[in-house]
Each structure stands twice: as structure tokens, then as C-alpha cells.
Design a protein. Structure first.
Length: 121
């Protein structure tokens, strides 16, 4: 499954968790089996941890370092290049999300072109 398709599938699974508490509990208890049952291809031996944010606990996930990120790009991010913003989703809920901060429109477009998922602002 390509990154874009995988991201869309994960978004659908999160929506399913919000709509179906039994499914959410199943995903939290046995994420590998649940993801496979939902058609998500996982490499053999991959460990998957499913966790849930709450009003008092926020999980910060640090993704694998991209191989195409330059030292200059890393310096920008390390220097406070992200901020929280509030966005409404399709259901009208307001969500707190991380958003990169850019010094110019060109810098934003360059960054957006390197993302595996579409960047919508």
C-alpha cells in the first residue's frame, strides 16, 4: 500500500474508532491482528503500539528520520519550526494539530512537495 493510501486507510480506521468503541478497544488490545483484519499490510515482525490521547495525556510520536531531509531543514525544525493550530474536521469538531512554520511561501511549497501525504492549509 502506498503512503497516501496507507494514510487514508489510517484516517478511516481512526474514524471507525470514534464511531465504534468496541472496535477501538479491539485495536488498542491487539493492533496487529486488528489492522490485518482491516486490510492493512504489515511487514512480518513489525511491532505496532496503539495508544489513545485523552484530555490529560497527549502522545507525541517521533517519526523515523526522513533520508531526504537536509541538515538545514533539520535546523529549521529544531529551532521551533512547528506550532499548534486549531482546525475543524469534516464533522465540525475542532482538533489541535501541529503545523510547520515557514519563513516564506516558497519554503512552504518546497516542504509540501516533499510530503508523502497531501498538505492542505
Amino acid at each position: 500500500m502506498r503512503n497516501e493510501e496507507q494514510g487514508k486507510k489510517m484516517d478511516q480506521l481512526i474514524a471507525k474508532c470514534w464511531a465504534d468503541d468496541d472496535f477501538k478497544q479491539k485495536l488498542l488490545a491487539d493492533p496487529v491482528a486488528t489492522l490485518k483484519a482491516e486490510g492493512v499490510a504489515l511487514p512480518a515482525g513489525l511491532t505496532v503500539k496503539a495508544v489513545e490521547n485523552t484530555d490529560s495525556v497527549f502522545h507525541l510520536v517521533i517519526p523515523t528520520k526522513p533520508t531526504d531531509l537536509s541538515d538545514e531543514d533539520l535546523d529549521k525544525v529544531a529551532g521551533g519550526g512547528y506550532q499548534y493550530v486549531y482546525e475543524k474536521d469534516d464533522s465540525g469538531r475542532t482538533n489541535k494539530v501541529w503545523q510547520p512554520v515557514f519563513e516564506s511561501k516558497e519554503e512552504e511549497m518546497e516542504w509540501a512537495g516533499r510530503q508523502s501525504r497531501p498538505y492542505v492549509r
